[in-house]
Ligand binder design. Structure first.
Ligand SMILES: Cc1cc2nc3c(=O)[nH]c(=O)nc-3n(C[C@H](O)[C@H](O)[C@H](O)COP(=O)(O)OP(=O)(O)OC[C@H]3O[C@@H](n4cnc5c(N)ncnc54)[C@H](O)[C@@H]3O)c2cc1C
Length: 418
């Protein structure tokens, strides 16, 4: 089988690796000049095995409270006329209830745990240096509601065999001395050894190099114009410039841009871009950078250290495919990092970045066959694409090559939205 994978983000590269491992001939087509240069470039770097979806019971209320606040953790630009946003938004809100939240969190957790193990295996066997850290994650809580959620998460983590403990203010500073100044502003926190951090871009590049050595062909600088279809199947991948590539199967792993490519082939996929921000600062010899990964639950900011760099990433802005940063939101991201770690780095040298998370309304990725019989989806990974990529790739490769699926594929099937 010759498979063409569209997109060389962490998800497309992972799919290519596992398809090749399963014996397929694989070509990856990527518009940018290298792997991992879009949403997989400067994300938060957290590999989180116990995160729930954004669609949570308390989110509609919070969204109303945050309306009109330019620096809100979740910003919906409500007066934007965008039918895609509104139809996605209705589905998102329908998932904001306790029953669906619990069901979505369970299936997200299953693929995250499986995927984290696959990522670690690839890192070790392929000797990929992504500046991985296993120091643990400290989640900081501001409100009693956040403390209650942290307590519930602690129970879930301990029941799943992870080390986790709730901390008071003093405990926060004792666990991560770099938080000594910031700790008094928080109600408490949760320390957990439930995941790790790593630079997703470095990992994507390392995996792409390994895939190339294993025989995967990469066509960089090749933008897909459209999928040619006939009789219920994809017959070719047409590139800007006129060339058309033939394949037995096509994997749509183009992140947030999968939506337009699918639409041109007559398929509607309920994925909407969720813009997020990151700010990366050089530590430059300062002695106030943390060793642990830190999450400010209230601000929805995730902090990770990659060697001599410190990064804050997060927040969600629903405003279409435009990556232009809002100066207010970019400034708020670096301000949160500075408030947490005043001596953490050289803030004047901050590098700002935005990325478009491919968000599904229920937070689950879309992995599987579409209504076009040789077109497969591997997208919709939202805020957890780095965490879920390796597991998604292995699952997809098994489905496409007739192998035994490593986990139940049903909860991730794209046709759940029909
Ligand atoms: C601020 C922020 C923080 C985040 N933090 C975390 C985190 O801590 N942990 C975590 O697990 N996840 C995190 N994520 C989510 C994660 O980054 C994404 O889910 C993941 O990168 C998506 O990968 P992808 O391969 O699907 O998409 P992308 O990385 O966007 O790759 C898609 C590729 O398709 C290519 N493409 C698009 N259109 C075409 C075309 N027409 N022709 C050819 N190529 C095309 C693009 O150029 C791109 O390279 C974060 C995201 C953001 C924005």
């Amino acid at each position: 089988m010759h498979a063409i994978v569209l997109g060389a983000g962490i998800v497309g590269v992972s799919a290519a690796w596992f398809l090749r491992e399963a014996g397929a001939e694989v070509t990856v087509v990527e518009a940018r000049e290298g792997a991992g240069l879009e949403t997989s470039f400067a994300n938060g770097g957290h590999i989180s095995v116990a995160s729930g979806p954004w669609a949570a019971p308390d989110v509609p209320g919070k969204m109303l409270k945050w309306l009109g606040r330019e620096d809100a953790p979740l910003l919906l630009r409500p007066f934007r006329w965008d039918p895609a946003l509104w139809s996605w938004g209705v589905r998102f809100l329908a998932n904001c209830n306790a029953r669906d939240y619990a069901a979505n969190a369970a299936v997200i957790g299953a693929i995250c745990r499986f995927s984290a193990a696959e990522t670690a295996r690839l890192r070790d066997t392929l000797a990929i240096d992504d500046q991985n850290s296993l120091a643990g994650t400290l989640t900081l809580c501001t409100t009693p509601g956040e403390m209650a959620s942290a307590a519930a998460k602690e129970k879930r983590l301990v029941a799943s065999g992870f080390e986790a403990r709730l901390l008071d203010r003093a405990g926060i500073a004792a666990a991560e001395p770099a938080l000594a100044d910031a700790a008094p502003r928080y109600a408490g926190g949760l320390f957990a050894k439930d995941g790790e951090t790593g630079d997703a871009w470095k990992f994507t590049q390392g995996l792409a190099d390994a895939a190339e050595r294993a025989g995967v062909r990469f066509r960089y600088g090749a933008k897909v114009a459209r999928l040619a279809t006939a009789s219920g199947a994809v017959t070719g991948v047409a590139l800007d410039g006129g060339e058309t590539l033939a394949a037995d199967a096509v994997v749509l792993a183009a992140g947030s841009w999968s939506v337009q490519l699918a639409a041109a082939a007559g398929l509607r996929i309920p994925v909407y871009p969720g813009k997020g921000y990151s700010a990366t600062v050089p530590i430059s010899g300062r002695n106030g950078a943390p060793q642990m990964a830190v999450v400010d639950e209230h601000a929805k900011i995730y902090v990770a250290r990659f060697g001599d760099r410190l990064r804050a990433a997060g927040t969600l802005e629903l405003a279409g495919w435009d990556k232009t940063p809002s100066p207010t939101r970019a400034a708020a991201t670096v301000a949160t990092l500075k408030r947490l770690f005043p001596e953490g780095g050289d803030f004047a040298q901050a590098t700002h970045w935005t990325g478009l998370r491919p968000m599904s309304p229920d937070g689950r990725p879309l992995i599987g066959r579409t209504a076009l019989r040789n077109l497969w989806l591997d997208t919709g990974h939202g805020p957890l694409g780095w965490t879920m990529a390796a597991g998604s790739g292995r699952l997809l490769a098994a489905l496409m090559t007739g192998g035994s699926p490593p986990l139940d594929p049903a909860p991730y099937a794209p046709d759940r939205f029909r």
